[in-house]
Design a protein. Sequence first.
Length: 149
Amino acid sequence: MKSKEELEAGQPKYESVTKYMVGAGNLITFSPDQTIQEVIDIIINKGISGAPVLDKDRKLVGIISEKDCLRIIVDQAYHNLPASDRKVSDYMTAKVKTLSSNSDVVEAANEFLNSPVRRLPILENGVLIGQVSRRDILKAAKNINQTTW
């Protein structure tokens, strides 16, 4: 039986997702306590489709997206809930798919192909270090060597 190292030796090595990520310091992030209206304004004005939600200790607690924010229209129309007092925590997706810093671009591509998410936070020891989007990983396609089967 071959060892893990022997098996991996014959496998092509793919680039790390960290090569394509936007670092945490360059990401727009939100807090669970921000108003949903403030988040909608930032999403529109910055031209982003969503962002990580971090607690006071900068730990990832969710993701807020355009789709999540659209729920406010339904809440107002059908449930008569005023937008002014609604918070990010009321709308964010709390169960977030993530990648580790040692994930490669193939793992990221597989995740994007098999789920509706458009962005994946990258964690290192549980701490947010960055995020990749579908488009970020698509850039890696130019660098993947073709193989002959």
